[in-house]
Ligand binder design. Structure first.
Ligand code: GUN
Length: 294
């Protein structure tokens, strides 16, 4: 099979090009989009993600603040920072990198963010807007990036069976809503760790989305020939041949699966770059809404 390798880097660049124009227009009207990125603790992967987000802002001319807080930061201190950012007119988007250290109540933190600045789309107001298909809400960046890739590559979703492995609030659940919604019209099954005969179920999928964080879980026996496979996993696996001592792999056994599917996202270079591009898009959207522009 002539497999289409879905290029997230190139698609993200196209999204960024469109955003450059929008940001320029906002600037001419006297508005600069602003994003605050908050990291509590020293999770190495989170540090990489947060730095990439700040760098993406710099490249696009989005004002950014990076808050790297020590692991011992209390819940109260974090909530106070969010209150300040909620009232800072330069900031249109607030993102608290997940996962925080265990003593932080993540749900309470998300609840404290002004829903109009919740560019992650995690606040219950935005979750409800997604479920209700209200376009004024913010949609979580990773599933939004997946939908953008399907659109960019002309992959039909209507009437297709989509199976999502993973039921997280960040990917699985919002992805299910986007795919079942009136813009995509897919029939959706959400699978998880307790699903019986996961491989058999996945083999019924026309579109398979893997978002569980289990390296190489999806092997060829999970995939119907000709299916479209979106790999959301970003897993570090030890590799002594690499300078850093690890390499990044997805939830899909790429070597085994790529030859049998119609299209697949590689890791890295597939869904990952789209997440950040969509975060930038949400920040611009938040700025526009705050400034009453288009
Ligand atoms: N951790 C992994 N993905 C995400 C994301 O999209 N947003 C935040 N805030 N944390 C994450």
């Amino acid at each position: 099979m002539n497999t289409i390798i879905i290029d997230g880097k190139r698609t993200a660049e196209r999204v960024r090009d469109k955003l450059r124009t929008a940001i320029e227009q906002l600037k001419q009207a006297g508005h600069i989009p602003g994003l605050a990125v908050v990291l509590v603790g020293e999770n190495p992967a989170s540090q990489v993600y947060v730095n990439s987000k700040v760098k993406a802002c710099e490249e696009l001319g989005i004002y950014s603040q990076k808050w790297s807080l020590p692991t011992e930061t209390s819940q109260k201190e974090l909530l106070e920072l969010i209150d300040r950012l909620n009232h800072d007119d330069r900031i249109h988007g607030i993102l608290v990198q997940s996962p925080p250290p265990p003593h932080i109540d993540e749900a309470a933190v998300v609840l404290r963010i002004d829903p109009r600045k919740d560019v992650d789309g995690f606040h219950p107001v935005n979750v409800a807007k997604l479920v209700m298909e209200d376009p004024s809400g913010f949609v979580p960046c990773t599933p939004m990036g997946c939908m953008e890739l399907l659109k960019e590559y002309g992959i039909e979703t209507q009437g297709k069976h989509a199976v999502i492995i993973g039921r997280s609030m960040i990917v699985g659940k919002p992805m299910a809503h986007l795919l079942m919604g009136k813009h995509a019209n897919a029939t959706v099954t959400v699978a998880h760790s307790r699903t019986t005969d996961l491989a058999g179920l996945c083999r019924t999928a026309d579109i398979l989305v893997a978002a569980v964080g289990r390296p190489g879980l999806v092997t060829a026996q999970y995939v119907k020939p000709g299916a479209v496979v979106l790999d959301v996993g970003i897993n570090r696996v030890e590799d002594s041949t690499r300078p850093r001592g690890y390499r990044i792999v997805g939830d899909v056994d790429y070597a085994e699966v790529a030859p049998i599917c119609r299209a697949i996202t590689p890791v890295p270079g597939g869904v990952g770059p789209m997440t950040i591009a969509m975060l930038m898009a949400n920040t611009v959207k938040a700025c526009r809404a705050a400034c009453g522009v288009g």
